[in-house]
Design a protein around this ligand. Structure first.
Ligand SMILES: *[C@@H]1O[C@H](CO)[C@@H](O)[C@H](O)[C@H]1NC(C)=O
Length: 228
């Protein structure tokens, strides 16, 4: 074999390998997507159906209203105005979304939560936030915490899937802009998911998992259960 044909062979092999490596399933865009043969029941195709590109208009790529603060008069003192593919169909298949987050003065909290499908970049527009995230379980059993105080103009990253929060430690309302690496990042608010699951997770399971008296578990469940 000449050097050239050996080279060609190597390039071909690399190309074939690349095709194999690249032929994975697409990332999921929702919690689950149960297959159906009935087109009437079909809602998602790992995203949404696409509008005919010839019918696209500038408005399809436009969203407005993020200048308006969300109402922070609620139990946690924060409000997330989400702009994902649901609110902004033009984001479909583009792998990105955003949110405006408002925090009440003196302790407005965006409580510990995760985004199962996105890394988040948070930019503080106004105010002072105490933020942080916790790693997944490390080999030594530790979960490392990365806290930071952020001021106007500061940026912090919450890696995909990790538990994180933001807390307003200032005496004025705070505002942040969040950018997320999925058109549908999803949110799991830890306390609500664990203590407010519907139907409730068994008290036996939660009291052992959290090493708490059953009475305390029931109290927590009463606080987070959504009355239907
Ligand atoms: C967030 O703010 C909007 C707009 O003011 C309001 O309709 C909504 O109820 C608020 N959500 C919470 C959880 O307070």
């Amino acid at each position: 074999m000449s050097l050239n044909s050996i080279l060609a062979y190597v390039v071909l092999l690399a190309a074939a390998f690349y095709v194999v490596v690249d032929a994975t399933d697409p990332n999921q865009l929702q919690d689950f997507c149960i297959a159906t043969n009935d087109p009437k029941g079909a809602l998602f195709v790992n995203g949404f159906f696409c509008k005919n590109p010839m019918e696209a208009k500038p408005e399809d790529f436009f969203f407005s209203g993020l200048d308006v603060a969300g109402d922070t008069v609620n139990k946690v003192g924060s409000n997330v105005t989400t702009v994902s593919v649901v609110e902004f169909p033009g984001l479909n298949t583009l792998g990105i979304s955003l949110a405006r987050i408002d925090y009440a003065p003196h302790g407005g909290l965006n409580p510990p939560h995760t985004h199962p499908r996105a890394t988040e970049v948070l930019t503080v527009l106004e105010g002072t936030l105490y933020v942080g995230f916790v790693t997944s379980n490390l080999p030594n059993g530790e979960n490392r915490f990365f806290p930071k105080v952020l001021n106007k103009g500061d940026v912090f990253i919450f890696p995909q899937g990790l538990i994180h929060f933001q807390f307003n430690i200032g005496k004025y309302p705070a505002v942040a802009l969040s950018s997320l690496s999925s058109q549908n990042p999803g949110v799991i608010t830890i306390a609500n998911a664990v203590f407010g699951a519907s139907p409730p997770i068994s008290v036996d399971v939660l009291s052992k998992a959290f090493q708490l008296d059953e009475k305390i578990v029931k109290l927590l469940q009463s606080k987070f259960h959504m009355s239907t």
